[in-house]
Write a protein that binds this ligand. Structure first.
Ligand code: UT7
Length: 318
């Protein structure tokens, strides 16, 4: 038994915040943001929209595209760093919104690698026979954990959700996965706050040492790609698409260059989505499926890296 993605979906909040709009908020310029990150705009959730609302819309779309119905889903995993509340999990809230009864539902907290962590878990559930049709969602409202006075971070992130349905299949599907973490680097990218006796202790806003994250991301994207290709006997030339976590176009292009991967095989949505953390890979995948770039049978490498630090990837036949 193997697992395979059989449907993708996504949702972006209606409000678009351009770099020009951000120029009115902090001391920055469109030129700086585009040249340093490739980002031109990002979507921002309405005050009334929670992570589970974004997740619900992306999920309904993925389930519809898979040809299944909500009743067929027997596992829900939500990758998010911005859950609706401390508990219950956003996955349980999503299960209720989708009116799915009693299947296991839980969140995965691996920041920008959350989607690849969740995909790996779903793959194992399906291969072991514990689930048949898993709904995997990456959903975030980063606009709520940004310090809008800190120009080094607030210009980089956006809100959105992407979802996939992963089902049992006779042919792979997901060929190989890899996951890693290095907790000693956690201080370089974190939201160091917690709820303590009814108050927030520490800071509830994102802090990042961008330079450290940048260098680490390029290093581990290359390592992850080589690890997955070596393990499956595939070559870089065999890849149809590389869909990395969308943090910064310079990170993605540097990685492609190191791997000797032509840039036309890189799916990049960071220019119009910004960095949507756990949502960025399924958002980019869904866009490439809908615009016809990704086709049945394509060999795709997805890779994530983020706070923790966490990183990993999956090599899959679509
Ligand atoms: O999902 C994973 C999480 N995040 C990432 O992957 C982000 C990884 N890192 C990056 O994307 C890049 O490091 C950044 C885009 C964050 C920064 O790019 P950089 O080329 O490393 O710039 P820098 O931090 O070296 O800053 C250069 C200058 C500094 O001024 P001085 O000290 O040279 O005078 C900053 O103060 O740019 C200044 N600066 C800005 N200027 C205008 C920093 N942010 C801004 C800004 N607008 N928004």
């Amino acid at each position: 038994m193997y697992s395979k993605i059989i449907g993708t979906g996504s949702y972006l909040p209606q409000k678009i915040l351009t770099n020009k709009d951000i120029e009115a908020v902090v001391d920055t310029t469109d030129d700086w943001i585009v040249s340093r990150s490739g980002i031109k705009q990002r979507h921002i959730a309405a005050d009334s929209e929670m992570t589970s609302d974004l997740a619900e819309k992306a999920s309904r779309s993925a389930i519809e595209r898979s040809g299944l119905t909500c009743e067929d889903i027997d596992l829900i995993i939500v990758a998010t760093t911005t859950p609706d509340m401390v508990f219950p999990s956003t996955a349980c809230i999503l299960q209720s919104k989708l009116d799915i009864s009693e299947c296991p539902a839980f969140d995965v907290q691996a920041v920008c690698s959350g989607f690849v962590y969740a995909l790996n878990i779903a793959d194992l559930f399906i291969k072991s026979g514990q689930a048949k049709n898993a709904l995997i969602v990456g959903a975030e409202v980063y606009s709520r954990i940004l310090n809008w006075n800190d120009r080094t971070t607030c210009v980089l992130f956006g809100d959105g959700a992407g979802a996939v349905v992963v089902s049992g299949a006779e042919r792979p599907g997901i060929l190989k996965t890899s996951l890693h973490a290095k907790g000693t680097l956690s201080k370089h990218l974190c939201v160091p706050g917690w709820v303590n006796r009814g108050e927030v202790s520490g800071s509830p806003l994102l802090q990042m040492d961008g330079g450290v994250v940048f260098k680490f991301a390029v290093k581990v994207f290359e390592e992850t790609a080589n690890e997955l290709l070596d393990a499956t006997g595939k070559k870089i030339e065999d890849l149809d698409w590389f869909i990395p976590h969308q943090a910064n176009i310079r990170i993605m292009e540097s990685t492609a260059k190191k791997l000797k991967l032509p840039l036309n095989k890189l799916v990049a949505t960071v220019d119009h989505h910004g960095n949507t953390s756990a949502a960025s890979i399924p958002l980019a995948l869904d866009e490439a499926v809908r615009d016809g770039r990704v086709k049945q049978g394509d060999l795709i490498l997805v890779a994530g890296v983020g706070g923790g630090f966490t990183w990993g990837g999956a090599l899959l036949e679509f």
